[in-house]
Design a protein around this ligand. Sequence first.
Ligand code: HEC
Ligand code: HEC
Length: 370
Amino acid sequence: MKKVIEVSLIVIAGVAVYYGITQLPTFFPRELKTFNSDESLRQAALRSLTSMPKTYEGVLKLTNTNPNNPLSEEKIALGKLLFNEKLLSKNSDIACASCHKLTFGGDDNLPTAIGHNNQKNPFHLNTPTVLNSALYFRQFWDGRAKSVEEQAKGPIQAPFEMNMKPKEIVQRLESHGYYKDAFSSLGLELNFENVTKVIAAYERTLVTRGAFDDFLDGNNEALSSQAKKGLAIFITRGCKGCHAGVTIGSQSIQKFPLRSFMDEWFDFEFVKNSEGIFPKIIVTDNTYPFKNSGKFKGKNDEYRFKVPSLRNVYRTAPYFHNGEVKELKEAVRIMGKYQLGQIFTDEELEQLVAFLKSLDGSIIEKSDGK
Ligand code: HEC
Ligand code: HEC
């Protein structure tokens, strides 16, 4: 009996030390660094976040950066048609726009994408927004494509997305008089490479601007006081360390979860048998704060993922690479705990969500509205 008590004490002490080391910092609420004016908040934000241009011309200046795919108005217009063209899929029933709905935040609002013959993405991957993607440092959840041009080759050929062969694409578009003429008037050969370049040219114009940009550009009224508090948390508690730049994310690949917490890795219970009551630890081997439905482990299977852009994030639920989290507030709570080791209060979570809402934007259109 003495031995049982000894073992129990050692185990309990071990658990306490482990919890102390991993969890203790989260029990002390941190003071929110306050800014004495909107201007000082703005200056602090501008150190890591940038506003989008105000005009269409400004957008082109920012995104017309691929020397192998110079933009022109005709190319962009053709790209828009192809982005919405269902002929690019095997059963002529899916376009890029079917999964990337521009009026729905640039995604499909499904936990996981559904493509050719109603197949779900085999890795249970969530459709990211196409909005602002031309400005990302890499494309895809694991960053495997370098540009929107390279990215566009993927979904057309993926058997669970559009399921087409490059040759079939060319045949289909050639037999369609309009496309044949359109490519030739652009001076482009109608081949697979050029189809993806033309689509990417259009994607380079899908840039959004909203209330937060107005605030960064000097309008104090653009953000509610709730959103300003959220912004202060965002820049002083570490979110901006990963979600930075003009796209407020998608400029690096980072580990997730960065911190592991014992409450997710172990279950602890007391088991009773004839000799007494014993403590029992069950290793759950769950390195995720949520179910990893598709077994996707990011870049090099190291649980490293492209940090998503937070622009328009309010409209792109559900969240994370496998769409496991429905509420934005819950996604932010998980970020605080697993990326920063901080437990935010309910009030702080609401403030962060109010700030994230201010990242909603509209596509910056040409001034003649065309
Ligand atoms: C069946 C739904 C579906 C279709 C159709 C589809 N996509 Fe996607 N798209 C996805 C999913 C899912 C991902 C993430 C895949 C990954 O990371 O492996 C993605 C990723 C992207 C990305 C990268 C965004 C980022 O954050 O890295 C871009 C850009 C994109 N798609 C554009 C397109 C274009 C252009 C087309 C048409 C040629 C297209 N998509 C067709 C579902 C779809
Ligand atoms: C150490 C880097 C890091 C820090 C710090 C960080 N994040 Fe993230 N964030 C990520 C990564 C990586 C993902 C993608 C994880 C995944 O999908 O598996 C992500 C995803 C998100 C998402 C989901 C977006 C989507 O489209 O699915 C939100 C919202 C978010 N972060 C907000 C925040 C907020 C708010 C903070 C500060 C409290 C924060 N993040 C701190 C790296 C970070």
